[in-house]
Write a protein that binds this ligand. Structure first.
Ligand SMILES: [Zn+2]
Length: 404
């Protein structure tokens, strides 16, 4: 299913020529999906030992000359902005800022692995001809993180990142089409240091083999500073794209002269593991729309519960139910008789995972009879129990609509 068409039909996102091509804006339902995804990612990162930072989306041109982006990546970057005799650049990635944050404080081997995460903005000067929907955009929110670690810790850290990616895909109901080991190719796109490339490749192969992941090695798809594991997904039209990545980088720690004090008291160079679990939020939501056609897993659904009173007499009971659901953190609303006949309201709520039809009997007894999005009808039961069951399913980040 084409996420661009559905995105408009479902009021998730849209564009305006005055904002510009490749700069979609998000409507409330779309924003609810992306914020829920962002919260999930941050919580998963918190649980797995990452600490979040926040850094600006601009930096001086010099920063990208040091990182190597200017030499290897500038055709994908916006032109610099002149200000007070300086040149400022919209950042093409978060790595340089994170390297500077790491460098700003002293570190010993006891601090490592140091896991630094940020869901932050970055920018690509995509040509207007290739822009469309959420998959080719000029402003990207990247779920990014950098693990600064010793050489001995690389395989564990990269392996843990791969495991996080697989958990997130299970939660989102997204399947990886294949895992790709992306290596350097011919041409001047890549920093030259054959020994570092070889070592990074050996480490990534070890990660893939230890995690039991089948993969294909492909030349010419690496980052300019090192090889990477790319998790590939396929959209409704059969087009393949990279969603998540895990990269091993010896280059930027050297360029930024990063260090830590080892157990031997001497200064050592950390390795940077770059990893993204859901990739860009834009591409992740595009893939969710393509895969689920708008029927998102309940935890991601813009509207999770709709209360449908049969007549005006049941409106107070419906409002009480929705009030309790909202208190519990659910996205819920009442669609009363003013919105049309019951049959029409049920049809209009066909993408909402849980529908509570409230007739006179349910209103009098304080019960609800849930209809599930897949057509199942559950027997009437106490409203509090139904809400608890829904809240538990949402908290579990599962694609299951109901248990039992
Ligand atoms: Zn990075």
């Amino acid at each position: 299913m084409d996420h661009r068409r559905l995105g408009r039909e479902l009021d998730l996102f849209d564009t305006d020529p005055l904002i510009g091509a490749g700069l979609p804006y998000w409507l409330p339902d779309g924003a609810a999906v992306r914020h829920t995804l962002e919260e999930y990612v941050r919580e998963e990162e918190r649980r797995t030992g990452y600490r979040h930072v926040h850094s600006p989306v601009l930096g001086k041109r010099e920063l990208y000359e040091i990182s190597g982006h200017w030499a290897h990546f500038s055709e994908d970057m916006f032109p610099p902005m002149e200000l007070g005799g300086e040149q400022l650049v919209l950042r093409p990635s978060l790595c340089p800022h994170h390297a500077l944050i790491y460098r700003s404080r002293g570190h010993s081997y006891r601090d490592l692995p140091l896991r630094m995460a940020e869901l932050g903005g970055m920018y690509r000067a995509e040509l207007s001809g290739v822009l469309g929907g959420l998959t080719r955009v000029r402003a990207i929110s990247l779920n990014d993180a950098h693990v600064f670690c010793t050489l001995d810790q690389v395989v564990d850290e990269a392996g843990a990142a791969l495991a996080m990616i697989r958990r997130a895909y299970a939660a989102m109901g997204i399947e990886a089409a294949r895992f790709r080991l992306s290596l350097a190719g011919a041409g001047g796109k890549y920093v030259a240091d054959p020994e570092k490339w070889r070592r990074a490749e050996v480490l990534l192969r070890e990660v893939l083999e230890r995690e039991g992941v089948a993969y294909q090695a492909v030349e010419g798809e690496a980052a300019f500073y090192g090889p990477k594991i790319d998790v590939q997904v396929v959209d409704g039209a059969g087009r393949e794209a990279t969603l998540s990545t895990v990269q091993v980088d010896f280059h930027q720690p050297e360029r930024f002269d990063l260090g830590y004090v080892g157990a031997d008291g001497a200064r050592h160079r950390p390795v940077m593991v770059h990893r993204s679990i859901v990739g860009s939020v834009e591409r992740a939501v595009a893939q969710l729309v393509e895969v689920h056609g708008g029927a998102f897993p309940a935890w991601l659904a813009p509207l999770q519960l709709v209360a449908l009173p049969v007549s005006d007499g049941e409106l107070p009971a419906a409002e009480r139910l929705v009030g309790r659901a909202v208190e519990l953190g659910l996205r819920a609303e009442v669609r009363g008789p003013g919105r049309g006949g019951l049959g029409a309201r049920i049809r209009s709520a066909r993408l909402v995972p849980y529908q509570a039809v409230i007739g006179p009997a349910e209103s009098a007894a304080g019960t609800v009879a849930l209809r599930l999005r897949d057509g199942r009808r559950l027997p009437a039961g106490p409203a509090a129990e139904a809400l608890r069951a829904i809240t538990d399913l949402v908290a579990a980040h599962t694609t299951e609509l109901w248990r039992g």
